[in-house]
Design a protein around this ligand. Sequence first.
Ligand SMILES: Cc1ncc(COP(=O)(O)O)c(C=O)c1O
Length: 386
Amino acid sequence: MFSERTTWELRPSRLAERLAAMRAAGETVLDLTESNPTRAGFAYPREAILEALANPKGLVYDPDPRGLLSARRAIAASQGGIDPSRIVLAASTSEAYSWLFKLLCGEGDEILIPAPGYPLFDFLAKLESVRLARYPLFYDGAWRLDIDAIARLAGPRTRAVVAVHPNNPTGSFLTHQEIDALRTLARERNLAIVSDEVFAAYSFTEEAFSPTLAGETSVLTFSLGGLSKEAGLPQMKLSWIVASGPEALRDEALERLEIIGDTFLSVGTPVQAGIEPLLRAGESVRRMILDRVRANRDALLGARRAEDAWECLHTDGGWYAVLRAPRVMSDEDWALDLLESEHVHVHPGDLFDFPTDGCLVVSLLPPADRFREGIARISARFRARA
Ligand SMILES: Cc1ncc(COP(=O)(O)O)c(C=O)c1O
């Protein structure tokens, strides 16, 4: 009856089952997986956001398949003054991925994605009948790209390589050298680059990381961003694809994306009409989020004692932290153990395809007191079980 594309494993994990049972029994769980900024206790500039949505232009339906030019202009200005004709708007970065997979891949073609990485890729790819191959990031005190592994994995059906910059959940930005190596490989193998830059504004240090790939000239490249992370406004449903690369190829990609966009016309008019004030409001939200994730990360680093058998892996940005637990049980068992004994919910690393067992992922978004309490309980449990 149903398409193979929608054949999923629907059974909840042991962790999800336990969590649901505890919540149903009225037990309070300290959630260190919260990654929805609208539920993380930020003082949003409510009036400015609501006023932005009251623009009378939102009453008229006059769609542009690439997104309203006025909105693309405002976004182009916010992204360092790029040419708005290189931008296509979509309702979310997830939708942008699905459009790019449609643009680049036929059935059975392949996309390379990072591991560890963001779990939604499996669903996005399956829905487009695209195959995924995972290229490893390796950790030697910082997370690095294994460019030789990418070269080995890229086969005749490979169409694109996805780089998440900075990556979720490892928080690693691409270095200049990695970008150069990726560019060379993509050119040699005729691959497009998809650079997911949704977390680019969330760097933990003031030191500049390698910038957006939106200025790329030699390889067809798509840089993704959106209000969801950049302005902490996922409910607005507005993201952008910036195309770059050799002019003729880039323009053909844009024409094809325009038809895909025209097929769905999925971005609402009110959010596009209100984009300028929303981007302005987003600046203050971004500042609050950045202060929060930095402070929580400092608290996490400060919670570890020199003699502890757990560590916090190095990250440069993003909204997450990765803990390496004492190696006495699997990461799924650790997540269950912390839930049962400490009532703290964390993600097991296998959700993100970590190469080694024992990695746990926590969100840095929760309010500081909740975060500190969760980390205090986790570190006490690590010590007790190490
Ligand atoms: C790396 C990465 N890309 C894209 C997305 C999706 O963002 P959006 O809300 O724009 O679909 C997420 C969401 O968590 C993400 O972590």
